[in-house]
Design a protein around this ligand. Structure first.
Ligand code: TRP
Length: 323
C-alpha cells in the first residue's frame, strides 16, 4: 500500500513533529511504501518573506527526516515544485470544486478571517493537496487532527472525479497518530515554530535545558508540598511522550498529585530523557552532509517524476476521453 504524507519546508522540525508525525513515519516505512512530499509549492500560499530561506529550509527538513531515521532506501522523499503534473492535476480537479465548499473548510475559514483576504493559490491548496495524494495513488495519509476536514474534502473530490471523469482514484484513509500533538513550552498552544514555543530537534543541550526549565507546569503548585495538577502540565505532556519507563512515570504522577514532588526534580528527569532521545539524532545529523541530503532528495524526486508522468498520462486520457 502507498502511504503519502509531507510537510511545508518552513524551517527545522521540532519535538511536536516527532510526536505528531515523524515517529509514525519511521515505523510506517517498514510496513508500507512510504512517500514524503516536501511541499515547497505550498510555501507560496503564505508569507513571501519566507522565500529567500526556502532552499536552506528544504535542506533542514530533509536532514531532520534522515536524522530521526527515515531511510532513503525505504522511503521516497521528493520535492513538490519539481512535479509539474501536480499543477496540471490541481487545475483539472479545481473545475469540480465549488468555492463555497472551500470556504467551509475550517483551516481556510480561520486563515481568511485572520487576514481578511486570501489568494487563489491559498484557497486552492486543499485541491492541490488532493492532487498530491491521488496522483501517487496513496491510500493511507497520516495527518494531524486539524487536517481531517481536508482529507474528507480530498475523498469527496476524488470520488467526484471518478464519477465525472472516470478516473479510478482509491479511497483515502486518514491515519491519526495516537498522540497527535505535543503542548508548547507555554502550555497555551500546541508546539509550533511560529509561536516560538518549540524545542527543535537540532537545539543544543544548553538550549534544551533552558527551555525545559522555562516550561509551564501548574500555576497553583507553589510549594513542593502542594498537590500538583498533571493535566495541561507541559512537563508531564512531554514525559508522556519521552519517558519510557511507564510504571515509573505513573509513580511520578501519583506523587505529584499527592504533593511533595517538586517541578525541578521532574524537569531534570525530562531533560535526561530528552538528551537520551536527541543525542543519537545529533550524532546522525553531524554525519550527514548537505550534498548527501540534496542527493537523497534528487533521487526521490527523479522517481516521483517518472511515476507522476505515467499516472498523469492515464488521467489525461480519461478526462479528455481518449480511452
Ligand atoms: N499541508 C501539509 C502541511 O502543511 C503538507 C502536505 C502537502 C501534505 N501535501 C500533502 C500532507 C499531502 C499530506 C498529504 O504540513
Amino acid at each position: 500500500m502507498i502511504v503519502l504524507t509531507g510537510d511545508r519546508p518552513t524551517g527545522s522540525l521540532h519535538l511536536g513533529h516527532w510526536v505528531g508525525s515523524l515517529q509514525a513515519r519511521t515505523q510506517l516505512q517498514y510496513i508500507h511504501d512510504l512517500w514524503i512530499i516536501v511541499a515547497d509549492t505550498q510555501v507560496l500560499n503564505g508569507d513571501f518573506a519566507k522565500l529567500p530561506q526556502i532552499q536552506s529550509n528544504i535542506v533542514s527538513v530533509v536532514r531532520d527526516y534522515l536524522s530521526v531515521g527515515i531511510d532513503p532506501d525505504r522511503c521516497t522523499v521528493f520535492l513538490q515544485s519539481q512535479i509539474p503534473q501536480l499543477g496540471e492535476l490541481t487545475n483539472i480537479l479545481s473545475n469540480l470544486v465549488n468555492i463555497n465548499e472551500i470556504m467551509r473548510l475550517p483551516t481556510i475559514r480561520q486563515e481568511s478571517e485572520l487576514y481578511g483576504s486570501s489568494s487563489m493559490g491559498f484557497l486552492s491548496y486543499p485541491i492541490s493537496q488532493t492532487a498530491d495524494i491521488v496522483l501517487f495513488g496513496a491510500e493511507l495519509v497520516p495527518v494531524g487532527s486539524d487536517q481531517m476536514p481536508i482529507i474528507h474534502f480530498a475523498n469527496d473530490l476524488a470520488q467526484r472525479s471518478n464519477t465525472v471523469f472516470g478516473t479510478d482514484f482509491a479511497y483515502i484513509q486518514p491515519q491519526l497518530s495516537t498522540k497527535s500533538r505535543l503542548l508548547g513550552l507555554d502550555g497555551q498552544n500546541k508546539m509550533s515554530k511560529s509561536l516560538g514555543n518549540a524545542i527543535f530537534l537540532q537545539d543544543s543541550a544548553e538550549d534544551v535545558w533552558q527551555k525545559v526549565r522555562a516550561m509551564y507546569t501548574d500555576a497553583n503548585h507553589l510549594k513542593i508540598s502542594d498537590p500538583g495538577n498533571i493535566l495541561g502540565n507541559v512537563v508531564f505532556d512531554h514525559l508522556d511522550a519521552f519517558h519510557m519507563d511507564k510504571p515509573h512515570l505513573q509513580d511520578l504522577k501519583n506523587h505529584y498529585q499527592r504533593g511533595g514532588l517538586g517541578d525541578m526534580v521532574l524537569k531534570k528527569i525530562l531533560y535526561e530523557d530528552l538528551l537520551e532521545f536527541l543525542q543519537p539524532i545529533w550524532l546522525k545529523s553531524q554525519n550527514i552532509s548537505d550534498e548527501y541530503v540534496l542527493d537523497v532528495l534528487a533521487q526521490g524526486t527523479a522517481k516521483a517524476k517518472v511515476c507522476a508522468a505515467s499516472a498523469m498520462d492515464l488521467i489525461r486520457d480519461k478526462v479528455f476521453c481518449k480511452k
